[in-house]
Design a protein around this ligand. Structure first.
Ligand SMILES: [Zn+2]
Length: 202
């Protein structure tokens, strides 16, 4: 990342990273973790000011950047951090709660989270993850989330792969196909395949 220097009254040209560490008392502004702290620019802002950035730990960054890595319970930290006075933190909290709101409790937190209009527009403008609008349900109507383990309830011929995935096969760490509520992805026999949600159960 390019070095961004901004003027601060106490320290001329103090790097953004140092200013963020000051603002956050050297803690992740989402989960208070201290491992691998770094600047995270909250898109679509440019990161030329600390107002556009948060101090984030490695655990949070990995999960924010990769839906497959999301551990829903980690984000219970937002219970506290969503009340931050820093708009950039509110924006990240809002986006993450939306991504995992199928879990239930994040939706309850979202109901309580009030963002100023400008902040809300910022949150929405960078939120391209529409999976929140599409809910994946298994054969019993139970909501599936990223990372779930499911079991096949039917023998499934895997087109093009030349094998049949047997009924009772466990598929771990599924991914949701964002634009199709009937499709999930998971590995069977070491191959990533698309599976219809009606043939699995959690
Ligand atoms: Zn964190």
């Amino acid at each position: 990342m390019a070095l961004n220097f901004i003027f601060s009254p106490q320290n001329e040209f103090m790097p953004i990273k140092d200013l963020l560490n000051q603002r956050s008392s050297n803690q992740c502004e989402l989960c208070s973790g201290t491992d691998g702290l770094d600047v995270m620019v909250v898109t679509p802002k440019s990161g030329t000011s600390t107002d556009h950035c948060i101090n984030s730990c490695k655990v949070c960054r990995i999960q924010i950047n990769d839906s497959e890595e999301i551990k829903v319970n980690h984000w219970r930290c937002l219970n506290e951090s969503m009340w931050s006075e820093v708009p950039a933190v509110q924006v990240v909290a809002w986006r993450m709660l939306n991504r995992i709101k199928a879990e239930g409790w994040p939706a309850d937190l979202l109901d309580m989270l009030f963002l100023e209009e400008e902040t809300l527009n910022w949150a929405k403008s960078g939120h391209t993850d529409n999976q929140s609008d599409i809910i994946h349900k298994d054969a019993n109507g139970v909501t599936l989330i990223q990372g779930d383990s499911v079991v096949l309830i039917k023998d499934l011929k895997v087109k093009g792969a030349g094998f049949t995935a047997k009924r009772g096969t466990a598929v771990r760490n599924i991914s949701l196909v964002h634009d199709n509520p009937d499709h999930i992805e998971g590995k069977v026999n070491g191959q990533k395949i698309v599976i219809l949600t009606q043939y699995v159960k959690k």
